[in-house]
Every structure is written in structure tokens, then in C-alpha cells.
Design a protein around this ligand. Structure first.
Ligand code: HEM
Length: 392
């Protein structure tokens, strides 16, 4: 019988939150399978392992109703299901993410929103793009795609944060659940209110396609899918937009090249590789198994660190650097396997095709006056939480 993976009792969640990358680099070299006490999980930091785990749901299951997510979302959500149950709920939303629908329905809307939100930015001033642009742009687009344009940007952002923090409330403290409860109450009230309109005037929004399907999923799960999309569809486009802006503004040679050839989508892709907006995912081990010669016992929870996989030396040369023009290799920022991000193409287009070229066109001399004022944060989700930029 193989040994358990080594146990680390030193790494703290605070360190991981501040800057996990030097730690992940060391772990890839010294301990790619490591039980980390503070995280209560076995961390996997090599790309081969993270991909294998996500591609093997028979052993590494998403189906874990005992996480705080169920309490926070008032539902056992599709993100925490496997097999047919997962597939049925995911497929219910799929028509809203069809390539033609994205192109013909959502992209013109994102274009209109981008025009509006960029045109209200002040010129010649230093502004924090995090608070003034990135989150709001993601929130407005998502509200329309989901079929709930009545929700304000502030509501969407608050609900998203409340749900995420509730789902990550592994200490089962009261306050995060109470905040999530308020979000649930408000979201349910709005969805109840707009049901009739969606039944009378169906469109391609996620709520409409789920409600009006020939064989609809349970209403509770329709609401749960909408909440998953709210929780999963604002932070990541926001963080990826801030990250790519930082990457380009701190690498002027690359920016010049990107501008010359309109390589905005490549820049977006490199940004999500460099700093994955969702850095880690958890999977429950359903049978004794082995990874790199270590026993991974049934009942253990492994954490795939896609943030680390995306910088793995086996795949990338100098993966720690932002380089739009590096040799291409598939990254894992959007996940793998059955839970692969459903919003990938929306995010790529909304950020890479629409917002980036528009912003750099309107403010060609945009700059970051002081890099030290850019604050990065996050272990589960990561991006700049403050990015002061001079708009010129
Ligand atoms: C840069 C932007 C984004 C990134 C990096 C990202 C990343 C991810 C990742 C890594 C997962 C898989 C999590 C896991 O395996 O446990 C995921 C799932 C998901 N994402 Fe995204 N996401 C982004 C944008 C969006 C947007 C805009 C939407 C909605 C419009 C969205 C909707 C979803 C949904 C519904 C799932 C769950 C899929 C399932 O469980 O079957 N995402 N995302």
C-alpha cells in the first residue's frame, strides 16, 4: 500500500491569498501532491494531475452536498453534481450559450454596454478601473444574458459576492450565510416577478430558455442555475479584464505589437493563463486511488490548482511572465472535463474582442502611474482588487 502524501503545516491561507505563486513554484518542484493543513485539502500543482482529476469524474467527484455551497445557494447546484444529473441541468442553459446566440444576441448588447460604460469614464484623471468599469461591465452584460435586466449593476455585484462568499464559508460562520440569504431572497423575488413576462415573450436568455423548455428542469434548479451564473459570471470577466490591462500596460512592447496586429484576444488568453481568475477547484475522492505514487484515500478532498498548472515548467517556458507571444499551449483557466466553463466564449468575446480594443482606442496613452498601487489578492479567485489607471 502506498504512503499518504506529505503533510504541510506551515503554509497559511493568508500567504496564499497575498501571493501564492512562489509557493506553487516550489510545490511543483518539491511536493506536487501535498496535504496542506490550512486548506484542509490535498493540493495538486502539476498540470498533468489537475487535468487528469477534472477529466476523471468517476474517481474525483463534484458531487458533494456537504459543502457550504448548498446552504449558501439554497440548492444542490450543478457545479456540485456529476453524470446525468449534472448534464441535464447544464444542457438546460446551453441554448443561451450557443455560438449563434452569443454572436447575434449577446455581442451587440455587450458592444452597446461597452460604448456606454467607456464613454462615461473621465479623461485625464486617475481612476480605479476595478470600481468604475470592470465589475459593472461584467454585471450588466450578464444581467441581460440571464434575462434579468431589471437587476442593477450594484445588485448583481452584491449578489455575486454574497453567493461566492457563502459558498466559500467553510468555517460555517453566520454572517456570510445571512448575506447569502438576503441575496437569495432578492434574486428569487425578482425571478418570481419576471416569470410571466418570460413565458409570454420568450427570448434566448438563460432564464427564458430554461422556463420554456419542452421538458423543463425543476423550478428550484432553474433558479439555482441562474444563481450559479451570477456567482460565476461577474468576478472572472472583471478580474481577467483588470489583469490583461495590467499585463499590457506593464509590457509596452507587447502592447505596441498587440495594437498593431489587433491581437486583443491573444492578450486576453495570456492574461487568464498568467493569473487564472478561478485559481483552484475541489473534487471529492470516491475510491482509494494513487497520484504520483501517493495514496489518495476515499473521502479525501483534492484541490486542483489551475493557477499553478498554468505556469507549469513542463508546458511553459518562463510561465511566471506575462508574454502574449509565447509558444501556444492549452491552459486550464476555464477548467476541463464535464464542468468546463459554460461562459468561456462569452467572456473571450466580451473582454477580448469588445472591451479591450475599445478602451485602448479611446485612451491610447492610458498608463499605470504607480505599480505599487495595484493590489492583487485571492487564493480561490484572484485578480487586482485595485488598479489605478491614468486615462489619457
Ligand atoms: C474569464 C472569465 C471566466 C473564467 C476564467 C471562468 C472559469 C471557470 C472555471 C474554471 C469553471 C469550472 C470550475 C470547476 O471545474 O469546478 C467555470 C464554470 C462555470 N462558469 Fe465560468 N469562467 C468565466 C466566465 C464565465 C461567465 C461570463 C459565465 C456566465 C455567463 C460563466 C459561467 C460558468 C458556469 C455556469 C460554470 C459551471 C459549469 C458546470 O458546472 O457545468 N463563466 N468557469
Amino acid at each position: 500500500m502506498a504512503d499518504l502524501a506529505p503533510l504541510d503545516e506551515k503554509i497559511t491561507l493568508q500567504e496564499l491569498d497575498r501571493d501564492p505563486y512562489p509557493i506553487y513554484r516550489r510545490l511543483r518542484r518539491e511536493a506536487p501532491v501535498l496535504r496542506v493543513k490550512s486548506a484542509g485539502r490535498t493540493l495538486l500543482t502539476k498540470a498533468e494531475d489537475t487535468r487528469y482529476v477534472k477529466d476523471t469524474p468517476e474517481i474525483f467527484s463534484s458531487d458533494d452536498p456537504n459543502t457550504p455551497m448548498k446552504r449558501a445557494f439554497w440548492a444542490h447546484t450543478l457545479m456540485r453534481k456529476d453524470g446525468e444529473d449534472h448534464k441535464r441541468e447544464r444542457m438546460a442553459m446551453a441554448p443561451a450559450f450557443a455560438p449563434r446566440v452569443i454572436k447575434e444576441d449577446w455581442m451587440p448588447q455587450y458592444m452597446r454596454i461597452a460604448e456606454q460604460y467607456v464613454s462615461r469614464l473621465p479623461r485625464g484623471e486617475i481612476v480605479d478601473l476595478f470600481s468604475i468599469l470592470s465589475g459593472a461591465y461584467a454585471a450588466r452584460g450578464l444581467a441581460i444574458l440571464l434575462g434579468m435586466p431589471e437587476a442593477s449593476d450594484e445588485e448583481m455585484m452584491e449578489w455575486s459576492q454574497a453567493l461566492i462568499e457563502g459558498a466559500g464559508n467553510f468555517g460555517w460562520a453566520d454572517a456570510p450565510f445571512e448575506r447569502a440569504d438576503r441575496a437569495n431572497t432578492q434574486i428569487h423575488a425578482l425571478l418570481d416577478h419576471i416569470q410571466e413576462r418570460h413565458r409570454a415573450e420568450p427570448d434566448n436568455s438563460a432564464f427564458s430558455v430554461m422556463l420554456n423548455a419542452d421538458d423543463p428542469i425543476e423550478e428550484k434548479q432553474i433558479y439555482s442555475n441562474i444563481k450559479i451564473a451570477i456567482g460565476g459570471g461577474i468576478n472572472e470577466p472583471r478580474d481577467s479584464l483588470n489583469t490583461v490591462i495590467y499585463g499590457l500596460l506593464t509590457h509596452p512592447d507587447q502592447l505596441a505589437e498587440v495594437r498593431r496586429h489587433d491581437h486583443w484576444e491573444q492578450a486576453f488568453e495570456e492574461a487568464v493563463r498568467w493569473v487564472a481568475p478561478i485559481q483552484v477547484s475541489s473534487r471529492l475522492v470516491t475510491q482509494d486511488t494513487e497520484l504520483r505514487g501517493f495514496l489518495i484515500p476515499k473521502g479525501d478532498t483534492v484541490m486542483t490548482v489551475q493557477a499553478s498548472a498554468n505556469r507549469d515548467e513542463d508546458i511553459y517556458h518562463d510561465g511566471e511572465s506575462f508574454n502574449v507571444y509565447r509558444d501556444k499551449a492549452p491552459h486550464q483557466a476555464f477548467g476541463n472535463g464535464p464542468h468546463f466553463c459554460q461562459g468561456t466564449h462569452v467572456a473571450r468575446r466580451a473582454v477580448g474582442q469588445i472591451m479591450l480594443p475599445m478602451l485602448f482606442d479611446r485612451f491610447p496613452k492610458m498608463s499605470i502611474p504607480d505599480r505599487d498601487d495595484v493590489i492583487w489578492k485571492g487564493f480561490g479567485f484572484r485578480g487586482p482588487i485595485q488598479i489605478p489607471v491614468l486615462l489619457k
